[in-house]
Design a protein around this ligand. Structure first.
Ligand code: GRF
Length: 208
């Protein structure tokens, strides 16, 4: 079974899309057991509570050291036997301790066609502004494995959209967000069914 933790800093629309797909039965044998946010005001935490999912605000500021912060995060993950971490607009870099323990089990969604328009500082509206400024004819969404380099882990799946001459960064963001809400649940569905194999993931007896 896929036991998912979603990490989010903002409104949580991708979290909603994932939870909706699970509830609708589109993603089999899966559940979101935990939502973690560095931002106590994140819509994602509110949404999690409304859906009766454990919602945890975890901020580095509340810990004396990186080690204590990482241990607290790992304790939350281990307690619920999490086997897939899905980053959905999580604005903090995950420490290598977490990435090592969850090697090949952390995925992220990025609102552009990586490797283009990714990397440190490339988030939110900046991505779409750059796409338009460089007159790229296409953009889209990418789900990729997370490594310790921003937006550079292996791509799992991408979906593209045309960039129209009339697109503003805001319009492009909306267009891509609609694609994200299909793409992220689709990738998780494929992981849950084993169509997409993650080397680190044990779905109950199955290990590679
Ligand atoms: C999405 O655009 C995602 O691609 C990026 O952060 C945004 C999160 O949006 N990584 P939401 O909080 O899921 O609505």
């Amino acid at each position: 079974m896929l036991r998912i933790a979603v990490f989010a800093s903002g409104r949580g629309s991708n979290l909603r899309a994932i939870v909706d797909a699970i509830e609708a039965g589109t993603i089999p044998d899966s559940r979101v057991f935990l939502v973690i946010s560095n931002n106590s005001n994140a819509g994602a935490l509110e949404l999690a509570r409304a859906r009766h999912i454990d919602a945890v605000h975890l901020s580095r500021q509340h810990f004396d050291s990186d080690a204590a912060f990482n241990e607290a995060m790992l304790a939350h993950l281990r307690k619920r036997d999490i086997n897939l971490i899905a980053l959905a607009g999580y604005m903090k870099k995950l420490d290598s301790h977490i990435l090592n323990e969850y090697s090949h089990q952390v995925i992220n969604i990025h609102p552009a066609l990586l490797p283009d328009f990714g990397g440190q500082g490339m988030y939110g509206m900046r991505v779409h502004e750059s796409v338009i400024a460089t007159k790229s004819p296409r953009s889209g969404a990418t789900v990729h494995l997370v490594t310790d380099e921003y937006d550079r882990g292996p791509v799992l799946m991408q979906r593209s959209v045309n960039v129209d001459p009339t697109d503003t960064p805001e319009l492009l963001a909306e267009k891509i967000l609609r694609v994200e809400h299909e793409l992220y649940p689709e990738v998780i569905r494929m992981i849950a069914t084993g169509e997409l194999r993650l080397p680190g993931l044990d779905l109950g007896g199955r290990r590679e």
